[in-house]
Ligand binder design. Structure first.
Ligand SMILES: Cc1cc2nc3c(=O)[nH]c(=O)nc-3n(C[C@H](O)[C@H](O)[C@H](O)COP(=O)(O)OP(=O)(O)OC[C@H]3O[C@@H](n4cnc5c(N)ncnc54)[C@H](O)[C@@H]3O)c2cc1C
Length: 424
């Protein structure tokens, strides 16, 4: 065999390859720690495709998207994320000539994954507009979110006060109409979801007598493709001004920080001047078992590490959590098939996901990728679920669930006592 002059002959080093494959080897971290992402001179993140992923036990390259695509894992990923967030270049818009307004769902006072997709789309549209364009987020009621700047919000309109608490579409639409008159947005974006903003989008379209695109999933300033015909047909139209976006229609913002300038001068004028006909009767308690897993906000999931199933069901009942399960628990006939979470089960997006005795196989982790906070209860401190979790409790599931049930009972008793005292 001959090689051209100058062609570099690549030599393999079996020892290095062995260390790269073995995540437990003491030299593993140092050998793979070359950065997978660096910030270029323009401030944008550049990815080194050769550094993404790791070599699996069979010698093939694997990309673990849950571990941030890089060689770092678990807690290191979160630390690296916080570090890169602080380094993102700040986008500041002093004088905006055009606006793209995005109305947010804000489930539980926080941006949902769907909200972040909508903001990502809003920034894409803003970039296509030739004039200086700012993305304005409109949020209603109590807000707990502290990361608007990382989600792509240039301007923020926060409508608070009693008028905007609970279900109040009439007041909200009146406010959106004032925003429409004052800003004349180039585009209005809403998440097409069941959490409220989608309904506002439809109501605003009716009020403004404009035809919106619903379930839009491919959007540019010129053309929009949306799902029609009971979700069976894709229809392409000239992009309308009002867009209700499907989930994952655009990638959320990852590379920049934004100023989040409050538009307080606008919100001062927005005191609702409507006499509402709809009265919000408050929230109604529902049986968590009746909520579909895909929509559940709080899930208690069981795996092969559960030894006392009666106790697991009592825990889910007292916590008022929807039950989920790993495939092993389902295959063993201990949980119904419709509770399986993961690649071949349901993809969930709960705000809190408690995984009891679940090891964190990649197929399971895929299904919980959109969950906000993950809590692992496991005897194995080194398992992948513990690495993925925001909070871990290391110990026997039976003992920990027993403690949890006891704490909940104690709290319920206290609340009942306080209620009786209040009535007396
Ligand atoms: C094509 C394919 C698709 C798949 N799809 C899915 C899917 O959609 N969803 C899914 O879940 N799996 C799926 N799997 C299976 C997946 O690979 C794992 O086998 C499965 O998720 C493991 O379930 P587990 O974590 O409950 O069990 P195990 O892997 O057995 O883990 C049990 C865990 O419990 C812990 N434990 C043990 N005893 C205790 C105790 N007393 N207290 C606390 N913790 C304890 C252990 O430390 C361990 O971490 C799929 C597999 C294939 C091949």
């Amino acid at each position: 065999m001959s090689f051209d002059d100058g062609e570099e002959l690549r030599r393999r080093d079996p020892r290095v390859e062995h260390i790269l494959r073995n995540r437990l080897h003491p030299q593993h971290e140092s050998l793979i720690s070359a950065p997978a992402e660096t910030r270029g001179p323009s401030g944008l993140v550049r990815k080194n495709p050769h550094q993404i992923g790791f070599i699996g036990p069979n010698g093939l390259k694997r990309i673990d998207r849950l571990a941030g695509n890089g060689p770092v894992l678990g807690r290191d990923v979160r630390a690296a994320k916080v570090k890169t967030e602080a380094l993102r270049p700040l986008v500041s818009i002093a004088q905006a000539e055009q606006f793209v307004v995005a109305v947010m769902d804000m489930v539980g006072g926080r941006l949902t994954a769907h909200d972040k997709d909508v903001l990502g789309q809003a920034q894409q549209l803003a970039a296509e507009i030739p004039e200086v364009c700012a993305v304005v987020a409109v949020v209603f009621g109590a807000v707990k979110e502290d990361a608007f700047e990382l989600a792509g919000v240039d301007r923020l309109i926060h409508l608070r006060g009693e008028d905007y608490q609970g279900y109040c579409p009439e007041q909200s639409i009146a406010a959106l109409q004032v925003i429409d008159q004052k800003l004349s947005p180039r585009f209005w974006l809403f998440p097409d979801s069941v959490h409220g903003a989608g309904e506002l989008g439809l109501r605003l379209a009716a009020r403004l007598q404009e035809r919106p695109a619903t379930q839009a999933w491919q959007v540019s300033s010129e053309k929009t493709t949306f799902r029609g015909g009971s979700q069976r047909t894709d229809i392409c139209v000239d992009t309308p001004r009002l867009l209700l976006l499907a989930e994952e229609s655009a990638a959320p913002i990852e590379d920049t920080r934004h100023e989040v300038v409050p538009m307080s001068e606008l919100t001062e004028d927005l005191a609702a001047q409507v006499l509402p006909c709809i009265k919000d009767g408050g929230q109604v308690a529902v049986d968590p078992k009746q909520i579909s897993l895909a929509e559940a906000e709080f899930i208690l999931a069981a795996g092969n590490g559960i030894t006392d199933w009666e106790q697991f069901h009592s825990a889910s009942e007292i916590l008022r959590a929807t039950e989920g399960a790993s495939r092993v628990a389902v295959d063993d006939g201990l949980m119904p098939r419709n509770t399986q979470v993961g690649a071949t089960g349901t993809w969930v997006s709960a705000r809190v996901y408690i995984a009891v005795g679940i090891s964190g196989a990649v197929q399971h982790l895929q299904g919980i990728a959109s969950c906000d906070k993950v809590i692992a209860i496991n005897t194995d401190a080194g398992c992948d679920m513990v690495k993925r979790a925001d909070l871990s409790v290391i110990g026997d599931s039976q003992e920990i669930l027993a403690e949890l049930i006891q704490l909940c009972e104690l709290r319920q008793e206290q609340e009942m006592k306080q209620g009786v005292e209040h009535v007396a």
